[in-house]
Design a protein around this ligand. Structure first.
Ligand code: NAD
Ligand code: TDX
Length: 337
């Protein structure tokens, strides 16, 4: 019988949306890992998202920008998967400062610890580093697309990606990067588009569409994002960037129409509100490298089904999102959104 060696994995941002789903998937499907989560529990971090696995992981409350705690944890890990970030574009327009500290200084702090201790590092990033595409452009983002970020959020993510690439080239750290499109699924903060609209309907509020709603996002289920990250951890080549996407392009109007249909609302039961400043028009991912080189395929190919299951999750888990809702809506209302 083959005995599998246990590897110690540090997951930063594991109390956030994608990180928490990653921890759940890792414990379910990858028993070779022992998981430690490092999370600062900002407004976006929720210990309740880890409650089902609380006894199976180590949880450390702290910041990725804290060099002492990072050095101690990276020093006793084999693998670091870095999800922690300030992640919301609208917040980055209100106050960019924490985006610099967490996304840039936090990544720098991790990279220095990885350099000292020799851990394997995987960097989670976004397709937004590439800027946006025209609606009628047949092109999609590829790993060769030049960086051209639009918002304080995406520019700090781009900066953090460039730090990783420089640490690979200059110091030879063992690192991979992934840039993924828009995720949906359980445990996503109610500030984000799909959870905001779903929880608005569940609260008797009208959904809010920015501008004309023509902006296109390339939706992927969070479990598909995370299975791609595991494929990269298992089989990715050091120093390489993999784009993660599942051919899920839809404009915001279409997504909102589905939310309204699946929740039994009339098709016109929403408000058009002030558009986002600098609003990126379209994102689209070409994931050929991930599919051909690593043999990855998505499981959630029917957006309608994945969205219906996500709506059910918000229906059944009101205790998880209700405490966040009023504060988020008050902040949006203050800026006419
Ligand atoms: P999120 O905002 O839901 O979660 C972020 C987590 O990081 C929270 O638990 C928060 O407490 C934690 N955190 C914030 N600052 C920290 C700090 N200084 N130290 C330690 N922990 C800190 O974000 P998300 O949507 O889960 O995104 C996770 C990662 O995936 C981010 O790097 C984001 O850029 C990337 N990403 C997100 C999407 C998406 O659609 N949500 C798409 C592509 C890439
Ligand atoms: O109320 C809303 N109404 C609306 O029309 C909100 C909150 C958003 N929108 C629009 C803006 C975008 O075109 O919906 C689209 C999606 O918005 P967000 O959920 O804020 O996502 P986005 O800005 O596309 O960024 C997301 O995907 C890439 C994540 O938040 C990022 O972390 C990730 O990098």
């Amino acid at each position: 019988m083959e005995v599998q060696q246990t590897m110690r994995m540090l997951v930063t941002g594991g109390a956030g949306f994608i990180g928490a789903n990653f921890v759940h998937q890792t414990l379910r499907e990858h028993p070779e890992y022992e998981v430690t989560v490092l999370d600062a529990l900002t407004y976006a971090g929720n210990p309740a998202s880890l409650a089902p696995v609380r006894d199976d992981i180590e949880f450390v409350h702290g910041s990725v920008a804290d060099a002492d705690v990072v050095d101690r944890l990276v020093g006793r890990c084999d693998v670091v998967v870095h999800f922690a970030a300030e992640s919301h574009n609208d917040n980055s327009l209100r106050d960019p400062a924490p985006f610099l500290t967490t996304n840039v200084v936090g990544t720098f702090t991790l990279l220095e610890a990885v350099r000292r201790h020799g851990a394997r590092y995987h960097h989670i990033s976004t397709d937004e580093v590439y800027g946006d595409l025209e609606l009628d452009d047949p092109a999609k983002f590829t790993p060769e697309t030049p960086y051209n970020p639009s918002s304080p959020y995406s520019s700090t993510k781009a900066g953090s990606d460039l730090l990783v690439r420089a640490w690979v080239r200059s110091f030879g750290i063992h690192a991979t990067l992934s840039n993924c499109s828009n995720n949906y699924g359980p445990y996503q903060h109610v500030e984000k588009f799909i959870p905001r609209q779903v929880t608005n309907v569940l609260s008797g509020l009208r959904p809010k569409l920015y501008g004309a709603g023509e902006n296109v996002r390339d939706w992927i289920h969070v479990d598909d994002h995370n299975s791609a990250v595991h494929a990269i951890l298992d089989r990715g080549r050091s120093g390489e960037t993999y784009l993660i996407g599942a051919d899920g392009e839809k404009n915001n109007r279409e997504v909102l129409a589905l939310v309204l249909e699946l929740t039994g609302q009339p098709a016109d039961a929403f408000d058009s509100v002030t558009d986002r400043a600098g609003h990126d028009l379209r994102y689209a991912i070409d994931a050929t490298k991930l599919r051909t080189e690593l043999g990855w395929t998505p499981r959630y190919t029917e957006f309608r089904e994945g969205l219906a299951a996500t709506i059910d999750w918000y229906r059944e888990n009101e205790a998880w999102w209700r405490p966040l809702k009023d504060g988020v809506e008050a902040a949006y209302a203050a800026q006419g959104q």
